[in-house]
Design a protein around this ligand. Structure first.
Ligand SMILES: Nc1ncnc2c1ncn2[C@@H]1O[C@H](COP(=O)(O)OP(=O)(O)OP(=O)(O)O)[C@@H](O)[C@H]1O
Ligand SMILES: [Mg+2]
Length: 280
């Protein structure tokens, strides 16, 4: 088990007149090696929840276990935890700070006190992993496009070789090309590596194309969880929680009802094309 959350509640500004309950009795399990999506309207508690996974926020009520170990407020424990759980923040490009892309990606490994040779190895690996060439390494992060900046930020997290990778709205605000770039990075990571991926998004299209299970948050509670196609097929749930099921998925279901032989749910246009071509 990668992550086990039990009875987690969280209140911001506790005791103050404007206190805000952001999470209420959340219990979820995420298994090693799986890719899960966390969705929900703005303010539903997604970022609050995932910031618990690497100890940025400590549990007030309830527990969070990572690989079976309960998160506790201990400096050494938290340091080790942050190595295992890599968190790419909402708008991570604002965290780029070094003069070169190289130094930015090297920051984490240098903090681990690795030799400069090992640091270099990690940087080369990470930049390749996000689909950028080593020519980028000497450039200033500020000279990059939005999608490139975000890929560098992801490389900075990957360079720590996390076992769990948490991405908070990694495609928000990017143009279609930037979005595709990020999605293909995550897809590759998911297929090649033994990494557990937790993907937070508003976009049901992104989620559908990437993950197998989803958790839907509403006002700080997990209101739906399950395999993505089961959830999207359930009309009652879709209506009740106002889930905007992607058209491409609905097309697949409709064709199936009309007698098409569809083997794979339509997660993206490529799958749709393959399945439709088989039938004509
Ligand atoms: N630092 C804070 N102080 C007080 N309230 C906060 C703080 N951070 C978040 N909140 C409140 O807690 C609730 C949950 O916020 P959170 O950022 O976890 O939601 P979210 O699902 O990530 O939203 P979004 O989709 O907009 O990123 C919201 O009502 C938010 O206003
Ligand atoms: Mg958020």
């Amino acid at each position: 088990m990668a992550i086990e959350v039990k009875g987690l509640s969280y209140i911001y500004s506790r005791g103050l007149p404007y206190e805000k309950e952001a999470l209420t009795s959340v219990s979820i399990k995420i298994f090693k090696g799986e890719a899960v999506g966390i969705v929900g309207h703005t303010g539903s508690g997604k970022s609050t929840l995932i910031q618990h996974f690497n100890g940025l926020i400590l549990p007030q009520v309830g527990t969070v276990k990572v690989f079976g170990e309960e998160i506790k407020n201990d400096k050494r424990f938290l340091k080790e935890l942050r190595r295992k759980v890599g968190l790419v923040f909402q708008f991570p490009e604002s965290q780029l700070f070094a003069e070169t892309v190289y130094d930015d990606i090297a920051f984490g490994p240098r903090n681990l006190k690795l030799s400069e040779e090992e640091v270099k190895e990690r940087v080369m690996w990470a930049i390749d992993e996000v689909g950028l060439t080593s020519e980028y390494l000497d450039r200033s992060p500020f000279s990059l496009s939005g999608g490139e900046k975000r890929r560098v930020a992801i490389a900075g997290v990957l360079s720590m070789k996390p076992e769990i990778l948490v991405l908070d709205e990694p495609t928000a605000g990017l143009d279609p090309q930037g979005r595709e770039e990020i999605l293909s990075v995550v897809k590759r990571l998911k297929s090649e590596k033994d990494v557990t991926v937790i993907f937070v998004s508003h976009s049901m299209e992104d989620i559908l194309s990437l993950v197998d299970r989803i958790f839907v948050l509403k006002e700080g509670r997990v209101v739906v969880e399950g395999k993505i196609e089961e959830v999207f097929k359930n009309k009652e749930i879709v209506e009740l929680f106002d889930l905007s099921v992607p058209d491409i998925f609905l097309l697949g279901e409709e064709l199936k009802e009309k007698g098409f032989k569809i083997d794979e749910p339509f997660r993206d246009p490529l799958i749709a094309k393959k399945e439709i071509v088989k039938n004509i």
